[in-house]
Design a protein around this ligand. Structure first.
Ligand code: AMP
Length: 274
């Protein structure tokens, strides 16, 4: 595995690759969720590039940019064992110059839910993903459904800018109790992790209601909020279609149910696709 820290090193390393390239962008502190993306990329491509970059432009003032967990050595080991060809770990000045040209999230779908709670987050996310997709020359790029709105916006960016890359959505990986894996889970105590299970439990409750024929969005949300009382604070419960348009009735095969809530230090998100 080649570790590239500069754009020049990445370009040189890419010259050693042949065939299709699968690309997995991450912010590091890799866990089983990231690993599942890497493994899928490994299966479906001749070569795999992973990036680890804690992107400053997608963190808002007062968010955990400085405290975000960084585990370069462990990340490199995980990538090496997973058969990654190139691990790209750039510094901020390799990725940005001052007074940059910026990409903006769409005015509606980029500013609801996560975009409403974290205004500007998706602009920074799309900016760095555009850069990384261009740099990687990826045939396919792998993103987790865990960040469902992010995935939808990246898919839209690729469509709107006619970018020549296939975006591959990947299933959410959870621990044995149902907690969606996240690099930020390390901020939680055992007691908080136990309460954090309310997120996945609320999604299970919603799924059960749908299975038993309850399609009314407001009725489902009320039941979800009851389960979510165990969290410290619910930011939103939302039921939207796969393009993030709000729904009144669940449409089987075209619905995402999402939740965001605080438990202890971290703000957690989870969702289920129905
Ligand atoms: P991050 O390092 O948090 O920016 O995540 C990098 C990629 O891994 C994104 O596409 C995430 O959606 C994906 N990811 C993070 N956690 C999970 C998970 N538990 N299951 C599946 N994918 C995940």
């Amino acid at each position: 595995m080649i570790i590239a820290r500069t754009i020049a090193q990445l370009q040189e390393a890419k010259n050693t690759l042949n065939g299709s390239i699968g690309f997995v962008p991450t912010m590091g502190a890799l866990h089983q969720g990231h690993l599942s993306l890497i493994q899928q990329a490994r299966k479906e491509n001749d070569a795999v590039i992973v990036s680890v970059f804690v992107n400053p432009t997608q963190f808002l003032e007062g968010e955990d940019l400085d405290a975000y967990p960084r585990k370069e050595e462990a990340d490199a080991k995980i990538c090496e064992l997973a058969g990654v060809d190139i691990l790209f770990m750039p510094t901020i000045d390799q990725m940005y110059e001052s007074d940059e040209l910026c990409i903006g999230a769409p005015a509606v779908r980029g500013y609801i839910l996560e975009g409403e709670k974290r205004p500007g987050h998706f602009d920074g996310m799309l900016q760095v993903v555009m850069k990384l997709l261009n740099l990687s020359s990826a045939t396919r790029a792998y993103f987790g459904k865990k960040d469902a709105q992010q995935l939808a916006l990246i898919t839209q960016m690729v469509r709107n800018y006619f970018m020549d890359v296939q975006i591959v959505p990947c299933e959410i990986v959870r621990d044995e109790r149902g907690l969606a894996l996240s690099s930020r889970n390390v901020y939680m105590s055992e007691e908080e992790k136990e309460r954090a299970l309310a997120l996945s439990r609320s999604l299970k409750r919603a799924t059960k209601m749908v299975v038993s024929g309850e399609l009314d969005v407001e009725a489902i949300k009320i039941q979800m909020l009851k389960v979510l009382e165990e969290t410290d604070r619910v930011e939103y419960v939302a039921i939207v279609d796969r393009s993030f348009r709000p729904l009144k009735k669940v449409e089987i095969g075209n619905t995402i149910i999402l939740v965001a809530a605080w438990v202890g230090k971290p703000r957690l998100i989870d969702n289920i696709w129905i």
